[in-house]
Design a protein around this ligand. Structure first.
Ligand code: GLA
Length: 408
């Protein structure tokens, strides 16, 4: 009797172990590795960054102050947009005699510490831009007339200065540090990681090398987020091209604190229509992307604001169950992207990349309560299949919840 009972227990134990192994194999990210243990970016960070709005020469401290004020006034801060990040071209053309970086005196007359205070006083966090090599990207691409303002050889000095200025977020951008400075990506990004780790002040660490060395395969222990592609432009073709490059990187992202970054948002910029803005925003949320607005927060149209401020879509971005969104299928103009949610449901994006209305459907076994995250309505229940006729250059974004008993 005892032996039989033991055998049953053993069999049960084996079954449990096997089930756990199968589930682990299914859900464990392909590239799982320890993540940077700085306690930051627990969910994908959100905020505003100057680059997509004003680029290089339009960057001034007033632009940054206006953005901070508008994030508060529009309710964007309270929706989650917390980091105000000053991108390239904040720097004076040379370092001070003691080797310190300093801000451009004409465009940042009040200095960076005062600007960070201004941002902090509004319940926001402050970020800044630097590079591991000797040239910033604007020096390389925009003929920004500076020299010696890269962090190469100044990593400790720059990290300490950023901490003194109460910087909360560092965007560390590669540019051409391999060809110009013969640096190795992983080594150079790790050098700054280690300098940041020495500080008393926590600084979220966002690295950017455009996906060139597949950073998703190595950057989890190095940074809180890593760019996966070249720059996103404010047009539909670029949104689709960057999106296509996210189809294979889903297994490498997630909690705690390590995210694929398909670049900052272009919602409200360039030629993107509001349908295209919504599709772009929906897909970035499905990818658990960092969400950095890149249009002037004080000049957004009501429609732009409704897009960036859609709390149901933001909640989707901030929810991580066991994997960011993946492309489930693609056929002609119809793509289906999906993501598991922590409540046991799914979000499904039915994306029409083409120019005529297109019926799109996908299989999701089970019976589901369906909610349309742009219509903000429950649309009924679905069993095994969800479908919609999707407008051109648009998405239908559906949240599927397990069927409630009362509706069964
Ligand atoms: C690169 C980055 C951009 C921006 C510019 C600044 O192009 O990808 O996001 O930071 O540099 O020069």
């Amino acid at each position: 009797m005892r032996i039989a009972a033991k055998t049953r227990n053993q069999r049960r134990g084996t079954r449990i172990v096997l089930t756990v192994l199968v589930l682990a194999a299914f859900f464990w990210p392909v590239g799982a590795m320890p993540s940077l243990a700085n306690g930051l970016a627990v969910t994908p960070p959100m905020g505003w960054n100057s680059w997509n709005q004003v680029g290089c020469y339009g960057l001034t401290e007033q632009v940054v102050r206006d953005a901070a004020d508008a994030l508060v006034k529009t309710g964007m801060r309270d929706a989650g947009y917390r980091y105000v990040v000053v991108d390239d071209c904040w720097q004076a053309p040379t370092r001070a005699t003691d080797g310190s970086l300093r801000p451009d005196p004409a465009r940042f007359p009040g200095g960076i510490a005062a600007l960070a205070d201004y941002v902090h006083a509004r319940g926001l966090l402050f970020g800044i831009y630097a590079v591991p090599g000797s040239r910033t990207c604007a020096m390389a691409s925009n003929a920004y007339p500076a020299s010696g303002i890269g962090s190469l050889g100044h990593e400790r000095q720059d990290a300490e200065l950023f901490a003194r200025w109460s910087v909360d977020y560092l965007k560390y951008d590669w540019c051409d540090a391999d060809t110009v400075d013969s640096l190795d990506r992983k080594a150079a990004f790790t050098t700054m990681r280690d300098e940041l780790a020495r500080l008393d002040h926590p600084i979220l660490y966002a690295i950017s090398e455009y996906g060139a060395s597949s950073p998703w395969t190595w950057a989890r222990p190095v940074a809180n987020l890593w760019r996966t592609t070249n720059d996103l432009s404010p047009d539909w073709a670029s949104v689709l091209s960057v999106l296509a490059q996210q189809a294979d990187v889903a297994g490498y992202t997630g909690v705690p604190g390590g995210w694929n970054d398909p670049d900052m948002l272009q919602v409200g910029n360039g030629s993107l229509t509001e349908d295209e803005n919504r599709a772009h925003f929906s897909l970035w949320a499905l990818l658990n992307a960092p969400l950095f607005a890149g249009a002037a927060p004080d000049k957004l149209t009501a429609a732009n604001l409704a897009t960036l401020g859609n709390r149901e879509v933001i909640a989707l971005d901030q929810d991580f169950a066991h994997g960011q969104g993946r492309r489930w299928s693609s056929s002609g103009d119809a793509q289906v992207w999906g993501k598991p949610l922590s409540d046991g449901g799914f979000t499904v994006a039915l994306l029409n990349t083409g120019t005529t209305p297109t019926p799109i459907s996908t299989t999701v076994p089970g019976t589901w309560r369906v909610r349309d995250l742009w219509q903000h309505t429950d649309t009924g229940s679905a069993t095994d299949v969800v479908s919609a006729t999707v407008a051109p250059h648009s998405v239908t974004l559906l949240r599927l919840c397990r069927q409630a008993k009362s509706l069964a």
